[in-house]
Design a binder for this molecule. Structure first.
Ligand code: GAL
Length: 419
């Protein structure tokens, strides 16, 4: 595939790959391990906890200069008052190996999973959750050496939607008042964690990784579908941006009184992490929960992923423009496709990198792009068949094999970056 040599990407642009610990390693003490019975068959998932050295070598082979990964809290603090030195040493070794490869580590403190004791005794809607998470944060930030980039929470809204409104992820509730309490506690943790991280590492760069999607009305002519689109777009994409600017979450839905929730997060960001995957069409349906039906339609002709998500590269520009309202550097902390078809992965990569390039040309302050993900892994609601990896994993033998998408990503990095 001929690739024109353009040098729009600056030499310090972060070309990365993103992963999360649990999705690669599993963990005996995590809440998710008992939550999803399908994990009983593959508790080690890719056995990355043991094979991490060879997996980190893959990053070097790819030629990335940045790597986002998470700490599995339940390995580090398997019981409420027990810290596992071996686990802490393990993650320090990951950082040291990355540094020796000149790969910038970006560490996520919370990527969906918890130690079981935390969910049993101090779930997010209880105030004690704050102290527990901050103790973990301080322990990590004061112990681990060599990390400047920190993500406090991966996709805080997804935690709330899944755990407190849909009930499809731990703690499995459908409870609006508790979801609002959890929102307040999670964002209070972010604000305080931001200060703790800066106390130990003055030049740290801290953010959340916020999942952003493009929304569209199912039928453009239908006023109900249009109202839904507007509501979802405000809530999912914009309300967090406003909260980081003002310290107030404005929760407003049609036909109900707006609720204001104060949170100590005003300006508690050094950059903004954006996870982007897809566009969602919304249809008003009074027989569905909350009157909403979600659909993915193949409108642009790029197709749908294995998970049925619409491939919509232009949407990346849209959400980056929303994010730019914070007037901060933006890092695309996740973007990728689940597909068994390598060609499809290659096309997805090219189209999305082209959009990033256009955004840079237009003057948007995008500092990095992290492809999701390095090797095939466990996908939260879909198990082991999603195949987001640049490398294919055989979940029986734990063998890793490069796909053409890995070669192509290396090629993109080399051909697009200024030296
Ligand atoms: C994100 C999430 C990742 C991964 C990805 C693909 O929302 O942060 O953990 O699962 O989606 O679905």
């Amino acid at each position: 595939m001929p690739e024109q040599k353009k040098k729009i990407f600056p030499s310090d642009f972060q070309w990365g790959v993103a992963t999360s610990a649990f999705q690669l390693e599993g963990s005996p003490s995590a809440d998710w391990t008992t939550w999803d019975p399908t994990l009983r068959k593959n508790p080690l998932i890719t056995d990355h906890y043991k094979l991490f050295r060879q997996d980190l070598k893959l990053l070097k082979d790819l030629g990335v200069n940045a790597y986002r990964f998470s700490l599995e809290w339940s390995r580090i603090q398997p019981r409420e008052y027990t810290w596992d030195e071996e686990a802490i040493g393990h993650y320090q070794e990951v950082i040291d190996i990355l540094r020796s490869y000149r790969i910038e580590p970006m560490v996520t403190l919370h990527h969906f999973t918890h130690p079981r004791w935390f969910m049993d005794r101090h779930p997010w809607h209880r105030t004690a959750s704050i102290e527990k998470f901050l103790r973990f944060t301080e322990m990590m930030v004061s112990t681990l050496k060599g990390v400047r980039y920190w993500i406090t929470f991966n996709e805080p809204y997804v935690i709330l939607l899944g755990g407190y409104l849909e009930g499809c992820t731990p703690p499995g509730l459908r409870d609006v008042p508790r979801s609002l309490a959890a929102l307040k506690n999670i964002f209070t943790c972010h604000g305080k964690a931001y200060d703790i991280i800066h106390r130990y590492i003055p030049d740290a760069q801290v953010s959340v990784a916020h999942n952003m999607s493009v929304f569209a009305p199912w039928k453009k002519w239908n006023p109900f579908d249009r109202v839904l689109k507007k509501t979802a777009n405000y809530f999912y994409n914009h309300s967090i941006i406003q909260a980081f600017r003002t310290g107030i979450f404005l929760v407003k839905f049609p036909f109900s009184r707006p609720v204001e929730i104060e949170v100590p997060i005003k300006n508690k960001l050094d950059f903004f992490g954006v996870n982007y995957y897809t566009r969602i069409h919304l249809r008003f349906n009074p027989f569905r929960k909350m009157g909403v039906e979600l659909r993915h339609l193949d409108i642009d002709g790029y197709g749908l992923s294995t998970l049925g998500w619409e491939i919509h590269p232009r949407g990346l520009e849209k959400v980056l423009r929303y994010a730019s309202r914070l007037n901060l550097p933006i890092i695309i902390t996740e973007n990728g496709i689940a597909s068994h078809d390598t060609e499809e992965k290659v096309k997805y990569l090219k189209k999305h990198i082209d959009v990033v390039e256009k955004c840079l040309t237009d003057g948007l302050d995008v500092r990095g792009y992290y492809y999701w993900t390095l090797i095939d892994n466990y996908e939260w609601l879909q198990g082991l068949d999603a195949r987001f990896g640049l490398y294919r994993v055989d979940f029986e033998t734990f063998e890793r094999a490069p796909t053409y998408a890995a070669t192509y990503y290396s090629y993109l990095i080399q051909s697009r970056s200024a030296m």
